[in-house]
Write a protein that binds this ligand. Structure first.
Ligand SMILES: [Zn+2]
Length: 150
């Protein structure tokens, strides 16, 4: 890594911080002019294609997952950090599958597993959309399943 001030390539890392977004920020110092600067590295991982209900495929979209979780957690006592962590977790699980395609339903299940531990109301909200619970009876069954696990 070259120093932005003097162009010397004798710089060294003095600090490494993992950012919530998954990027890595490194604080560096130039041994030649002592200038300190930071670099941010974004981890580029290959995520699989997501297969939707009906067979349509689309690129894995972290923001979409984040948005869905945020909506489910609206006005619930779940911190933005906890939501970020859950999205990180789901993304890591999807990458760990090491497949070229993954069913949207499988991603929904990963989110549900995480949400169940975070907040039960958010879990039920998410389940209604992603498990396609169409009536009160199926919502009730889902809630009973949740209560039975306690
Ligand atoms: Zn320098």
């Amino acid at each position: 890594m070259k120093c932005p001030t003097c162009g010397s390539s004798s710089t060294h890392v003095i600090d490494t911080i993992r950012e919530p977004s998954g990027g890595i920020r490194r604080r560096r110092e130039c041994k030649n002019c002592n200038r300190r600067f930071s670099t941010v590295e974004r981890v580029v991982e290959s995520t699989p294609l997501v297969v939707k209900r009906g067979g349509r495929r689309e690129a894995f979209n972290r923001d979409k997952i984040l948005e869905g979780i945020r909506i489910s957690c609206a006005k619930r006592p779940v911190s933005a950090e906890a939501i970020d962590r859950l999205v990180d977790q789901v993304e890591a699980q999807v990458v760990a599958l090491n497949k070229s395609e993954v069913a949207a339903r499988d991603i929904g299940d990963m989110v549900l597993n995480g949400l169940r531990k975070l907040d039960e109301v958010a879990y039920i909200r998410y389940a209604i959309v992603y498990l396609n619970l169409k009536d009160l009876e199926s919502v009730k069954k889902e809630i009973e399943k949740l209560l039975a696990e306690k």
